[in-house]
Write a new protein. Structure first.
Length: 290
């Protein structure tokens, strides 16, 4: 994908501030960048947030709005009769008018409660390396490579706490629960970081971590309403789900008549959490958001 093509696609969806910049302008914005950089696209509206505090905040909003969070409650079965869902879990039975499946890494299994899932979760591991705060002055922007059809690639970016992070990788695996660190992969990540900002070699790596995102065989999210079954599917929400979550919630809320949606419903969950609000049931799992 060439840079002008990326700019055109951004403009097509209303992101008119996106523009291609020259090497000279790039050097002014990122003076520590490798001399191998030949050009760039500026995305001025993009920003850095804390990816953990946002879902925690949304969980608190959900609780304040009347939601109930039930942790470690695996869903075994579900029946839909006379317009009401009854679900059997590992620690209780739940009834609800509508089920919203946002099951993350287990979304296809949740979907199989009522039909053959139209998507298959293919866990995709991402590994990261964190540089010390001493590297803060080296990176001013979120630095992306040119994206591919499969992934947006490995990023180098500053955090809200002054660290610099390189990642994530994109490694498909079968295990849906465990994201193990691979030292060889971390070493490769660090070499990528040094190739982008050579001066990072002078700064310590203070942390490494990994997470899983619920990729599928489809490029796009799988968001679907089935009114006859009172079922809504929100599946295959990957890395971009962090920035898209409120837009997704607004879209899902539009499926309900305004008279019935007395409170906004937000979803943040971990390990088969379930929470319902005013008769609506949301099934979800949390995977590390990138």
């Amino acid at each position: 994908m060439k840079l002008p093509e990326i700019v055109n696609k951004a403009h097509d969806v209303g992101m008119l501030s996106v523009k291609q910049i020259s090497v000279d302008e790039l050097k002014r914005k990122e003076p520590h960048l490798s001399c191998k950089a030949l050009g760039a696209i500026s995305v001025p509206d993009e920003m850095v947030i804390d990816p953990w505090l946002l879902p925690i905040t949304l969980a608190h909003l959900a609780l304040h709005g009347g939601a109930v969070i039930n942790r470690e409650s695996q869903v075994f079965s579900g029946e839909f009769e006379n317009g009401i869902w009854t679900l059997t879990t590992s620690n209780l039975h739940i009834t609800a008018k509508t089920v919203i499946n946002c099951g993350g890494l287990f979304g296809d299994r949740i979907e199989s409660l009522h039909r053959k899932s139209p998507f298959t979760i293919k866990p995709r591991k991402g590994q990261f390396a964190v540089f010390s705060q001493s590297a803060e002055s080296l990176v001013n922007s979120i630095i992306y490579p040119v994206p591919t059809e499969r992934t947006k690639g490995v990023l180098l970016y500053p955090t809200v706490y002054g660290n610099v992070i390189i990642g994530p990788t994109a490694e498909e695996q079968k295990d849906r629960k465990t994201a193990e660190i691979d030292e060889k992969v971390i070493d490769c990540l660090l070499e990528k970081a040094f190739g982008i900002i050579p001066a990072l070699r002078e700064h310590k790596v203070v942390g490494i971590y990994a997470g899983l995102r619920p990729a599928t065989e489809h490029r796009d999210y799988w968001i679907e309403q089935q009114p006859r079954k009172n079922w809504i599917t929100v599946g295959g929400i990957r890395s971009t789900g962090l920035s898209a979550c409120l837009g997704i919630a607004k879209h899902v809320a539009s499926f309900f008549p305004k008279s019935k949606l007395r409170n906004q419903v937000f979803r943040v969950s971990q390990g088969f959490w379930i929470y319902g609000i005013l008769g609506y049931l949301i099934l979800g799992t949390y995977s590390t958001v990138f």
